[in-house]
Design a protein. Sequence first.
Length: 417
Amino acid sequence: MVGVSGSIGAIEVPRIIRELIRHGAEVRAVMSPEAARLVTPESLEFATGHPPVLKLSGNVEHVTLLGPGEGQADLFLICPATANTIAKVAHGIDDTPVTSFASVALGGGVPMLVAPAMHAHMGVNPAVREALEKLQGWGVGVITGASVEGEEKVAGPEEVAAAVLHRIVASPWRGRRVIVIGGAARESIDSVRSVTNESSGRSAVALANQAFYRGAEVEFWSGALQVAIPPWLSSVPWRSVTDLLRLAAERRASLASAAAVFVPAALSDFTLEPRKGKISSREQATLTLTLERAPKVLPELRRLAPSPTLLVGFKLEATSGGRSLETEGRKLAEETGADWVVANDVRSMGGTMTEAVVLGPKGSREKVRVSKFDLAGLLLDRVGRQLESRPTAPPTRPPRRVHRRSTARPRSEPHSP
């Protein structure tokens, strides 16, 4: 259920609704009188396939759509949420169809999100900030958009869809910590040059995205990437294998408490001692580098994150062929203690598609040729089956603010942020 209040950001709502529908949601809308002055009810009817609620009638629409019983909406989203509407909801003022829906949602425990849109000075008004903090204390999630030219813009369609999926999806990953370690390692030659590889990091971003969509609390540890990190994902950077091992030691408590650690990172097999400054090409016609074997990361991650944390490793081979990939993947599992291994060949580097062998417990084997986004979803579904019998600890704090960031399941890769 989407509540539209009277901000100029309302003109973005049809696009936001269509993005939610693209991910499999069924959407109904309710509008305040001020919102109906900015975007026509016909536009929202076209977007949702249903006439929007413009005023409450004897059908008590706020109770019918958000109250108890069959047909109750899974979530109430106010988008855009004006300073006026936010303050009214926080103080129990119920004088528009949108605030009436909010009153029923809060009283009935229906999950609720707000996507603020207002002038920047209004956003820092102590009264508005206090109202938002009060809503967050009641469990309401806040989806913040970009601050542009003195305006707090409503969040974009992809950000809103990600926040909605994260909040209400039914999945064994919901509420569990997931760590995704991705990107390419860069081993410094001097202060400006490095030895690296051709990994794009696309598989890692897809895994982090899909885990977030499934309700997981995602930590994305990012090496060098050729693709953007969506704004709804928080990330921690690392550069070299040594940096990554240092980060793992610093965050050992996070590793040990994770439900799963996925490691699609392209890690260096060799490293070197970097030289200070910049090596001058004028002073030498040739340059010889002495490489040493880099420490292995997966065994250390296994030590820091013992069972029941699930460790998922990735093995890249220069050769193609399912049987050779399986052999090398099984060898990696034996050497590192990984619970799952995804083995693929060099043709997948940098592209959007991958051909891989997914190796799981008890000798399970599955060969796939799919997009990296779909492989991430498939892998989370397979690994998630191991988690279904494990209890999830109840949340100890209200949902955190969603920054620049349905039982509906994502059906395709989102637009690039």
